[in-house]
Design a protein around this ligand. Structure first.
Ligand code: HEC
Ligand code: HEC
Ligand code: HEC
Length: 307
């Protein structure tokens, strides 16, 4: 499968600062966010196409594997490339620098070849013959050719990343919520989507009632909203495990205090103050959580429609 996201000429930096934004900008920015890099490097073609990663990659990720083996191999590759680059740049290599350089080249050789060992479908995308060349130039102390060869290796890294990285990150490393259930106070289990729809209804019920001066409805709905968020809070450790901080950050003491104040304001008929507090809750609770969770979730679904 090749997913053509958009066809346009662009330079990432110009898009970022330009006011006349192309509709594809958001997709690209989000993709970049997800992948942790710009989707298109400086020399990119004016079109970004994403390719579906080979099936054999799955075994190198959780839950099929105990560890994120593929990703950690990548982190090592980057460290090895940097070490070689930095040692090769120090002119008139001291003897121990030379030894270190050779050590890192051996490691790069091993890890670079692992790419095709782990995912045979990618064998044609790497150039292992460049490694013995790199070693030879290093032994000769030919810093110029070491740098040049390194650049050729780097190009194989970049090419693969341009086409594959976003979908791999979306497939194997972005959270999904289908298996996460919210336990209601009456013991029933609820999916995330239903919980979210209830939250949204409660928020709007409060805002409508405040607008129309129906204080008892606003009061009841704000109690419902607090309860629904309390229920939602029980689901956080489905992913965050025993880390209590994420829940505290979004649903902790500060949020509780806002809800207490909201109840008091509504009872006293302070409409404007209540509306202002609702705005704060929407930002510090809903938007703050959506910014880390929902954006990635929506993007994952958009990128991986077959699931
Ligand atoms: C875990 C942190 C979290 C909090 C807190 C949160 N949301 Fe969500 N929200 C999500 C995630 C994740 C999704 C996408 C998952 C889904 O829709 O199944 C989502 C989706 C939604 C959706 C779209 C539902 C749909 O039909 O696809 C709405 C509407 C929504 N949230 C409203 C709210 C409102 C309003 C609040 C605050 C009162 C809120 N959310 C608080 C995580 C959160
Ligand atoms: C044949 C494909 C392929 C080649 C060649 C390749 N990579 Fe990767 N690399 C990937 C994929 C796929 C990911 C995304 C992994 C993920 O997000 O879990 C990735 C991710 C990375 C990351 C992680 C980026 C981040 O912070 O999330 C680094 C670093 C990296 N690669 C370095 C390298 C280096 C250095 C080379 C070359 C020496 C290289 N890779 C060659 C496929 C490749
Ligand atoms: C399906 C998995 C999943 C669920 C459920 C989930 N999160 Fe997260 N959350 C993540 C991932 C992944 C990250 C980003 C990596 C990280 O920080 O652990 C994250 C990050 C965060 C962060 C930012 C990092 C930090 O520690 O400050 C906060 C805050 C957070 N989540 C709060 C919540 C709250 C509150 C809930 C429950 C209402 C929740 N999360 C439910 C997966 C999840």
């Amino acid at each position: 499968m090749t997913l053509v996201l958009c066809e346009m000429k662009f330079s990432p930096r110009r898009m970022f600062y330009s006011n006349k934004l192309h509709p594809c900008r958001d997709v690209i920015l989000l993709l970049s966010f997800l992948a942790g890099v710009w989707t298109a490097p400086a020399h990119a073609e004016p079109m970004v196409s994403l390719k579906k990663p080979p099936a054999s990659l799955e075994q190198w990720y959780k839950p099929a594997n105990k560890r994120q083996v593929w990703l950690h191999t990548m982190f090592r590759l980057r460290r090895e490339m940097q070490a070689i680059d930095e040692y090769a740049k120090t002119n008139a290599l001291a003897a121990d620098n030379q030894a270190a350089l050779e050590k890192w080249i051996k490691r790069l050789d091993k890890d670079y070849n692992k790419i095709a060992d782990m995912v045979p479908e990618w064998e044609k995308d790497i150039k292992p013959r460049l490694l013995p060349e790199l070693e030879m130039f290093a032994e000769k102390g030919d810093a110029y050719r070491v740098a040049k060869t390194l650049k050729m290796i780097k190009r194989t890294c970049d090419d693969c990343h341009t086409y594959y990285q976003p979908l791999v990150t979306a497939t194997y490393r972005s959270p999904h919520y289908d298996d996460i259930k919210v336990k209601k106070s009456d013991g029933r289990l609820q999916g995330y989507e239903d919980n979210m729809e209830q939250l949204s209804e409660s928020v709007n019920r409060i805002l409508i009632a405040l607008d129309d001066g129906h204080n008892s409805i606003a009061s009841k709905a704000s109690q419902d909203l607090a309860d629904q968020l309390q229920d939602l809070g029980g689901s956080c450790n489905g992913c965050h495990k025993e880390d209590e901080y994420p829940r505290e950050r979004i649903l902790g003491q500060a949020t509780q205090q806002r809800f207490e104040k909201l109840q008091a304001n509504i009872k006293q008929g302070l409409v404007e103050d209540s509306q202002k507090l609702m705005g704060e809750i929407a930002v510090t609770v809903c938007a703050r959580c959506h910014n880390t969770h929902r954006i990635v979730y929506d993007l994952r679904n958009a990128l991986l429609p077959e699931e």
